[in-house]
Design a protein around this ligand. Structure first.
Ligand SMILES: [Zn+2]
Length: 80
């Protein structure tokens, strides 16, 4: 009984945003984010991870700067 043609995927990570599974036989990572499914080479995970970390850092910096900017602005926008 061979398992070569079977795609036994294992769950690497999962949270509210989605899940990442790994198919050993294909050496492929599958990112499931909502309705989107993305297949990447396992070697790309590290790069993708760095991309995410960099984006998170930039986003936090942006939020901090935006918060600082909002504090300086006068609070006279009562109408919505
Ligand atoms: Zn597979």
């Amino acid at each position: 009984m061979t398992t070569k043609n079977q795609h036994s995927r294992m769950l690497l990570s999962k949270n509210e945003s989605g899940a990442i599974t790994f198919c050993e036989s294909c050496d492929v990572l599958e990112l499931e984010i909502g309705a989107i499914s993305l297949r990447i080479n396992s070697l790309s995970l590290e790069l993708l991870s760095q991309l995410m970390i960099e984006a998170t850092k930039s986003m936090n910096t942006y939020k901090q700067e935006q918060a600082g900017f909002t504090q300086i602005k006068p609070q006279n926008f009562g109408l919505h």
